[in-house]
Design a binder for this molecule. Structure first.
Ligand code: CNA
Length: 316
């Protein structure tokens, strides 16, 4: 009996972790859908678990639905809601990817990773070195001014984020004193002032300036915003090519990523690795229920793989 691990299975061929290891050995086009659960061991809380960010937001603010903090209109009106918890999701400079992130990278190094569809916005996939990643909901690594579109890096706005302040575009804020509530930003953003200046060098659109606040918004996808073309373009071909679907650390509550298992042929084995079951009991061929890093550590043993093959020579 495997420690800390329970199974739900609907398949005779795929009934336990040993079977999964066998299938991974055979596979060459693995599609991984990952979520907040793979970053929990890095110290970044998820949304929907007990004690997660949504529960705390609901206790702190009088929001009907905690998801409102990801609503663009709410963000424009009350950006302090979003920035009151954003510091919890950005990785610190010392944050290391989890074993689960490194496993996805090792799948890539073993030339088995078709694509990692990452819902996370913390950017740890890139820190783990995963190249074949699609950030379905964007990431904190870049940001832009909602009014003039000037681009900022995470480092530009990190000082505001970690202190829970709303970052405002310095240039816009200084140029048009359109709202007395706008404070002077403490930023000294390094990038793309030029585009900001160019975009603001005319008085045309002044009315729009007045209604579009000069808040800096991280390049993450809010509710009501479209996912990138990259997501749809990649998935269009990947759905035909995948030979195994691994869903790791997600409640699969957010569309369209939650539709991925339905859009892939039922012939392709679909496996969930998560702390709790997700969806109806016959959704996945196999569910491995437990902390993902523990399950993945066991997979390493069964596969006979070393951790972090990328450090000793990953080829693409
Ligand atoms: P979610 O809805 O909060 O679900 C997380 C899932 O992970 C739950 O089913 C948990 O049971 C499970 N889980 C928690 N800990 C573990 C663990 N150690 N091992 C295995 N499973 C675990 O988050 P989703 O990712 O499903 O929702 C998508 C949202 C959450 C995306 O838009 C993200 O941007 C957003 N989010 C991202 C981060 C991040 O970037 N680290 C953090 C919090 C939320």
């Amino acid at each position: 009996k495997e420690p800390l691990l329970t199974y739900r299975t609907k398949s005779e061929d795929l009934k336990n972790i040993q079977d999964l290891a066998r299938i991974i050995k055979q596979a060459s086009h693995i599609l991984v859908v990952s979520g907040a659960g793979i970053s929990v061991s890095c110290g970044i809380p998820d949304f929907r678990s007990a004690g997660g960010i949504y529960e705390r937001i609901q206790k702190t603010f009088s929001l009907f639905d905690p998801q409102e903090i990801f609503d663009l209109n709410v963000f424009k009106e009350s950006p302090e809601l979003f920035y009151s918890f954003a510091k919890e999701i950005i990785p610190r400079e010392s944050t290391e990817p989890s074993l689960s992130h490194r496993f996805i990278r090792d799948l890539e190094c073993h030339q088995k990773l078709l694509r990692n569809y990452a819902q996370n916005i913390d950017g740890l996939e890139s820190i783990a070195g995963i190249d074949r990643v699609v950030y379905c909901h964007g990431s904190f690594s870049a940001a832009h001014c909602l009014r003039c579109n000037a681009h900022y890096s995470l480092d530009d706005i990190r000082p505001d984020i970690v202190t829970g302040r709303v970052p405002y575009c310095s240039f816009c804020g200084n140029r048009v004193n359109w709202d007395t509530n706008i404070h002077e930003s403490s930023n000294n953003p390094s990038s793309e002032y030029k585009s900001c200046i160019d975009n603001n060098s005319s008085t045309d659109g002044e009315d729009e300036d007045r209604i579009t606040p000069n808040i800096i918004k991280p390049d993450i996808v809010f509710f009501g915003e479209a996912l990138s073309d990259q997501f749809f373009d990649c998935f269009e071909s990947d759905r035909e090519t995948a030979d195994l679907l691994l869903v790791i650390g997600t409640s699969l509550q957010v569309a369209p990523v939650s539709k991925i298992p339905f859009c892939i042929s039922a012939e392709i084995p679909q496996v969930l690795i998560n702390l709790e079951p997700v969806g109806p009991s016959d959704w996945f061929d196999l569910e491995l229920i437990g902390p993902c890093d523990v399950i993945i550590e066991r997979l390493y043993q069964l596969l006979g793989w070393q951790h972090g093959m990328n450090h000793v020579g990953c080829f693409k």
